[in-house]
Write a protein that binds this ligand. Structure first.
Ligand code: HEM
Length: 229
């Protein structure tokens, strides 16, 4: 067994936890995206969906608690592995390093930190309504929380719109490496054609997610998604 493998096996628990929580967060991203794409269907669709979600408080809170736990564990294990990785570097380098590093794999910590900052801002902006309380407190004609107009008005601010777009580009970079890396940690082949397929699939999947997420603020900015006040 090489020194590199020694490092890997001592960290297998952390890696498995990071991979599982990462895949769970990707699952949330897909579900959240499906809900968000209703912005193209207009105010009624979005506000009806928001009311529907809140009519299942137990499900909503279970998902929120699972999300918070996944975020905390994902960040904790990433810090733990980064520290171990740096400590192991002097002996691991110059030995057996067959894996080509990519921009995405080299910038995982940076892209992860930007995504974390984005999520904290996003929660303050659209969930807690701290950034623009007057937009967060809007009510539609049927007396429902006006999530549609809150989101459109938010993205009409060029700084907020740009931050969302930049954050989605970094999120794309993060999950393009994270997806295939998690799948390999959890036992999918790390060799040959399967590994190449997994890497390409991860990149295409991340690009698709990012393009669809970006389409929302970009469409607001281009006037394709207007306010319905
Ligand atoms: C264009 C992109 C996005 C839009 C339009 C959007 C929209 C929203 C809205 C409207 C809410 C509040 C829902 C409500 O309180 O009724 C929300 C909550 C949330 N969003 Fe996003 N979102 C976007 C991207 C993202 C991304 C990329 C992430 C993760 C990296 C994310 C994570 C969350 C989380 C964790 C919540 C809180 C969920 C909860 O309260 O249970 N969102 N989003």
């Amino acid at each position: 067994m090489t020194k590199h493998n020694n490092f890997s096996s001592s960290s297998i628990g952390s890696k498995t936890l990071m991979a599982t929580t990462g895949l769970f967060l990707i699952f949330f991203l897909v579900v959240h995206l499906c809900g968000n794409l209703q912005m193209f269907a207009g105010q009624d669709a979005v506000n009806t969906y928001a009311v529907l979600l809140k009519s299942f408080p137990k499900l909503l809170w279970s998902m929120r608690i699972a999300l918070i736990a996944a975020f905390v564990l994902h960040i904790y294990t990433s810090i733990q592995l980064t520290i171990k990785n740096r400590a192991a570097r002097p002996i691991a380098y110059g030995q057996n390093q067959p894996v080509r590093s990519t921009l995405a794999s080299r910038t995982m910590l940076l892209s992860g930190l930007v995504v974390l900052a984005f999520v904290l801002f996003h929660l303050a902006h659209l969930t807690l309504g701290w950034i623009s309380p007057e937009q967060a407190n809007l009510i539609d004609a049927q007396g429902r929380h006006d999530v549609y107009n809150m989101t459109v008005l938010g993205f009409q601010n060029i700084y907020i719109c740009s931050f969302y777009i930049v954050a989605q580009i970094l999120l794309c970079l993060h999950i393009s490496h994270g997806f295939s890396s998690s799948a390999q940690t959890l036992g999918l082949s790390a060799h040959g054609r399967c590994a190449v397929f997994l890497r390409r699939f991860g990149v295409c999947f991340a690009l698709l997610i990012a393009i669809l997420y970006i389409s929302i603020p970009a469409s607001v900015w281009l006037g394709i998604i207007p306010t319905e006040l």
